[in-house]
Write a protein that binds this ligand. Structure first.
Ligand SMILES: [Zn+2]
Length: 318
C-alpha cells in the first residue's frame, strides 16, 4: 500500500499518514452503502421508464379491476338506497296500518358489523370497503326479512280477528220486515211488565234463514222455554253471539261456522210473541248493543233500507 504523508506544523516535517483499521472499515462500508443506494435508485428509475411487458399488463389489469370495483360499489349503493325505501315504507305505512310499532334504529342496526372481522382481514381498501358495504346490506336485509315475516303474521292475525268479529246482519234485508231497536229495559205488553232486553228483534217471515254474523264455533245449540231453539256462537277474542226463537237450527255444538253461514231459520219458539229472531252480542261476558256490529258494514242503500225497517221500539217481542 502506498504511504501518504502530511505536513506536521509542530515538527515542521512531512510525516507518514497512518489510517486506523476502524476508520478504514468505516470508509469501506460508506462506499458500499452509497454505491448500493445509487444502484437501487437507478434500477427503480429504469424499471419505471422501461417496464417489462408483464408489468405493463399488470398495470392495465389493475386499472381495469379498480374500475370494476367502482361499478360494484355503485351497484351496492343503489341496492342500499332501494332497501332504505323498503325500510321506510315498512315503518311509515305497513306497520302503521297494522297498528305495529316501527322498528327502532337499534333494531334496524342489529347485526350490522357482524362481518367486520372478515372484511378487516382483507387489506385491499377497495375490496375491504365493498365487503363492509355488502355485509351491512346483508344484515339490514335479514332484519327487513324478519320484519316482513312479522307483518305477514300480523296481517293474517288481523284477518282472522276481522273474520271472527260479528259484522253483518243475521237476517238479510230481503226478508226483514221490522227491526225492533229494543236494547235495554223494555216493556213486554203480553206479560204486562218491563224487563231487561239484551238484544235486537228482527221480524221476518217464518223459515227465513238466520246467518252467523262472524266466524266461530257453535258453543250451544238447544231448545228451551225462554230462548226457544237457540244457537250460541263463540267467535273468540271475547265475542259471543246468540240467535233465539228459531223454528229449527241446523248446526251442532263444536261445529266451525263461517260468517254468512246459515245456522237455522226464523220461528216463534220459547218466550216469544210472533215470528222473529232475537239476536244478542256479548263482549267480555257483557251484553252490548248489536246495532254497533253491523251498521258500519252496510252501504248507503242497505243502510237506508235498514233504517226504513227499524223501529226505535219501547217494547220487545220476547
Ligand atoms: Zn228480543
Amino acid at each position: 500500500m502506498a504511504l501518504r504523508y502530511y505536513y506536521n506544523s509542530e515538527t515542521c516535517k512531512y510525516e507518514p499518514s497512518v489510517v486506523s483499521p476502524s476508520k478504514f472499515v468505516k470508509k469501506v462500508f460508506n462506499f458500499i452503502g452509497i454505491s448500493l443506494f445509487i444502484g437501487i435508485c437507478g434500477l427503480g428509475y429504469y424499471n419505471y421508464m422501461y417496464p417489462l411487458v408483464d408489468e405493463v399488463n399488470l398495470r392495465k389489469e389493475n386499472k381495469k379491476l379498480k374500475a370494476e370495483w367502482q361499478v360494484i360499489h355503485s351497484e351496492l349503493k343503489k341496492t342500499s338506497d332501494h332497501l332504505a325505501e323498503i325500510e321506510k315504507n315498512d315503518d311509515s305505512n305497513y306497520r302503521v296500518i297494522l297498528s305495529m310499532d316501527p322498528l327502532s334504529a337499534s333494531q334496524r342496526e342489529a347485526g350490522v358489523g357482524g362481518h367486520e372481522k372478515a372484511s378487516a382481514e382483507i387489506d385491499i381498501p377497495l375490496i375491504g370497503s365493498a365487503m363492509d358495504f355488502a355485509s351491512k346490506i346483508e344484515s339490514r336485509l335479514n332484519v327487513e326479512t324478519q320484519s316482513m315475516s312479522e307483518l305477514k303474521d300480523q296481517w293474517a292475525e288481523n284477518q282472522k280477528q276481522w273474520s271472527a268479529r260479528p259484522a253483518i246482519q243475521p237476517i238479510s234485508n230481503k226478508e226483514l220486515i221490522h227491526l225492533y231497536l229494543a236494547f235495554g229495559e223494555r216493556f213486554l205488553p203480553q206479560d204486562g211488565y218491563s224487563r231487561q232486553h239484551n238484544g235486537l228483534d228482527f221480524v221476518a217471515p217464518y223459515g227465513s234463514p238466520i246467518y252467523a254474523t262472524g266466524d266461530g264455533v257453535v258453543s250451544y245449540a238447544s231448545g228451551g222455554t225462554t230462548y226457544g231453539n237457540v244457537v250460541f256462537v263463540n267467535h273468540g277474542y271475547s265475542f259471543e253471539t246468540r240467535y233465539a226463537h228459531m223454528s229449527k237450527f241446523i248446526v251442532t255444538v263444536g261445529q266451525l261456522v263461517k260468517r254468512g253461514q246459515v245456522l237455522g231459520y226464523v220461528g216463534n219458539t220459547g218466550h216469544s210473541f210472533g215470528n222473529h229472531l232475537h239476536y244478542e252480542v256479548r263482549y267480555q261476558n257483557n251484553f252490548v248493543n248489536p246495532i254497533n256490529f253491523f251498521q258500519r258494514d252496510l252501504n248507503n242503500k242497505e243502510y237506508e233500507k235498514l233504517i226504513s225497517h227499524a223501529i226505535d221500539s219501547p217494547i220487545s217481542l220476547d
